[in-house]
Ligand binder design. Structure first.
Ligand SMILES: [Mg+2]
Length: 404
């Protein structure tokens, strides 16, 4: 089998989601995905990756992954080169699955569990929908006059987090992630939080504990927005609410600072979807800066690299928790990884995405039932892009090689 064409596809409606499809002379098409800065990633794929891939055997996955991760520049970050490499790697694993008739989790060595517990990231339908705009500018909050929708969970945690917790428990989901500190972080560039801002940000925690007691795990997301002293102050203020984890309190540019933070709180520190490759994660583990290894399959180097990062975490007796707040193919790839890894703690999902636009883009999603997720049936990823997406008016499609 040989790769005959490398295709990239994106839609104006979802300007941060990029799909890669690898076409072969066997008629199989492998699907991958990444997120953020779609145009430069696609440009890199066609300019640098496609000339290498065309004519190659797609089943030499490890060799191809190593080729792309050994890039002279961009080797140690979640930058354009790494996101391109990650999407391609997922597509190669999908091809392996289709060629062998096996789901990806089986090819990784088999499932260590039949299903994986999920927690809900409390975003709304339009969260991070716009082109890469960081912070609260991309919260995607609905206009006041818009009709209320059931899973507008960002509004939910900002207004009545107790009711939101109850609605998640009704679905069997017992973990929720919220980020009520971001506005205060933006206002002070992460240097300070006023008593009034702190009081406001603590309200959802009070509401959740009042409504459902300790039946809900509260994952706190800090989006790497804080400086160390105030991050510690916030960590201490939250401790009475017994949070499940503190995610990315600081930028991952100084892991000694994160290790310092971790030593000053009893709450688990989770980090970080903003790191890539084993070499990027190595100091995080060595410095004991995190209790939970969060990684993104579409940013960290693909499934080939993510499984090794997870194995490396296990050597430090740490669990792994794959990221999703991006797109349906990455969620699916993550679930295959989560089912395989013996040290999986929990899988992220966003119910506002899952039950709305994710399902419109692919033929199958990993089924979710009673707060547990499993891989879709079928070989490879077990999902494809919905036919005809490339014909949409807002589609941007580019093909290198002999595309159809
Ligand atoms: Mg995160």
């Amino acid at each position: 089998m040989k790769i005959t064409a490398v295709e990239t596809l994106s839609l104006g409606e979802f300007p941060n989601v990029l799909w890669v499809q690898l076409h072969t002379d066997a008629g199989l098409v492998g699907l991958g995905e990444t997120f953020y800065a779609v145009a430069p990633v696609a440009a890199h794929i066609h300019e640098t990756c496609a000339p290498y891939l065309l004519g190659k055997d797609p089943l030499r996955i490890e060799a191809h992954n190593r080729h792309f991760l050994d890039t002279y520049l961009g080797f140690n970050s979640v930058g354009v080169e790494m996101r391109a490499a990650s999407a391609i790697d997922i597509a190669l694993w999908d091809l392996f699955g289709q060629a062998s008739g096996q789901p990806i989790y089986q090819l990784l060595g088999g499932a260590t569990r039949d299903k994986v517990r999920v927690y809900n990231t409390c975003a709304g339908y339009e969260y991070v929908r716009k082109k890469p705009v960081q912070g609260t500018a991309n919260f995607g909050l609905p206009a006041k006059r818009e009709p209320k929708r059931p899973y507008e969970d960002l509004v939910g945690f900002r207004t009545d987090a107790g009711a939101l917790a109850e609605s998640l428990l009704e679905m069997g989901i017992r973990g929720m992630k919220i980020w009520p500190f971001d506005e205060a972080a933006e206002a002070s560039r992460g240097t300070d939080i006023s008593p009034a801002e702190l009081k406001k940000a603590l309200r959802p925690f009070e509401q959740i504990r009042k409504a459902v007691g300790d039946r809900m795990d509260i994952h706190v997301e800090f989006h790497s927005m804080w400086q160390l002293p105030v991050a510690i102050r916030i960590a201490k203020a939250l401790e009475p609410f017994d949070p499940y984890w503190y995610e990315d309190p600081l930028k991952m540019s100084n892991l000694d600072a994160l290790a310092d933070y971790a030593r000053r709180t009893d709450v688990w520190v989770t980090a970080s979807e903003t790191l890539a490759t084993r070499w990027g994660f190595r100091p995080l583990f060595e410095k004991q800066a995190a209790s939970v290894c969060m990684l993104d399959v579409g940013w960290a180097g693909g499934l080939s690299e993510a499984r090794k990062i997870a194995a490396m975490a296990e050597a430090y007796h740490l669990p792994v928790a794959p990221h999703d707040c991006t797109g349906p193919v990455l969620l699916t790839a993550s679930v295959h990884l989560s089912m395989h890894c013996p040290n999986t703690l929990v899988q992220e999902m966003v119910r506002a995405f899952y039950y709305d636009w994710y399902g419109k883009l692919v033929t199958a999603l990993p089924p979710v039932k009673n707060g547990q997720i499993t891989a879709p049936k079928g070989p490879g990823l077990g999902t494809r892009l919905q036919p005809g997406l490339e014909k949409r008016k807002d589609a941007v499609r580019r093909v290198s090689g002999r595309g159809k």
